[in-house]
Ligand binder design. Sequence first.
Ligand code: HEC
Length: 269
Amino acid sequence: MSTRITRRLGVFSVRLLAPLLLAPLMLAPAAMAAEGHGGEPAHVNWQDWKANNQIGDQASLQRGAANFANYCASCHSLKYLRYERMAKDLGIPDDLLRKNLLPDGAKPTDYMMVNFPKADAEAWFGKLPPDLSLITRSKGSDYVYQFLKGFYVDQSTATKTNNLALPGAAMPAVLSELEGVKRAVFAEQGAVGGHGGGPVVERFEVVAAGSLSPEKYDAFVRDTVNFMSYAGEPSQLQRNDLGIWVVLFLLVFTGFAWLLKREYWRDVH
Ligand code: HEC
């Protein structure tokens, strides 16, 4: 008798608890997305370079915001994001915001726009630098990471550089003082590209070293892409915070449910 009841209770509690226990897994967003994999490739598998965003890493987001302000904001806007919201989300104090991140003449309540005469931009680059609010969502953060690491010298273009991820890119290699300048040695004509397609690179050759080591440059780009991913969806920070509370609640709740079950069944045994 009592075993049957226990068994039924077992089924019941599994049915009840399974969805509750699985819920946090389903709620956890792309944060758990695949990691990059190691191993020395035959070619430079730049198509496999991964941004490995850490949206919960506030220090990285702060560094990324500073990178963006110093190296990108002169050409690119983030037109849905206000300076003050960014400062609040990333834990940047007001005085630091004003000193380091606000362009001259801008107010904290302003959206992050560029004051760049359109006609000039078109004359200089042949096209307008796009607003970058949604770039990590439309093309993926790995793409942006590959783009920022994908510049190589190419005398045949107006900018004297080209880009692996965006062949013929009109954007100049604005980070070359940090990264250095590299030449790409391409595989024989007809070689087939990596998984993502695009040019097959046999190796890079350093033309001029940059002020950052390759590891530091990678970290710089990672932080910048991390920030752009935040800017594409600022509410994901709050959602991540919320997720932790949901998981904690479920754990505590499971504990209570178990205690309660034990209490109820104490007399039956
Ligand atoms: C001097 C102006 C200038 C600066 C500074 C600049 N960019 Fe650009 N950027 C451009 C232009 C122009 C384009 C358009 C390129 C094209 O479509 O060929 C562009 C395009 C892009 C794109 C879109 C690529 C695509 O696939 O459409 C990304 C991403 C980007 N820039 C990121 C950055 C980041 C990050 C920084 C700062 C590290 C930066 N840019 C700094 C001018 C600039």
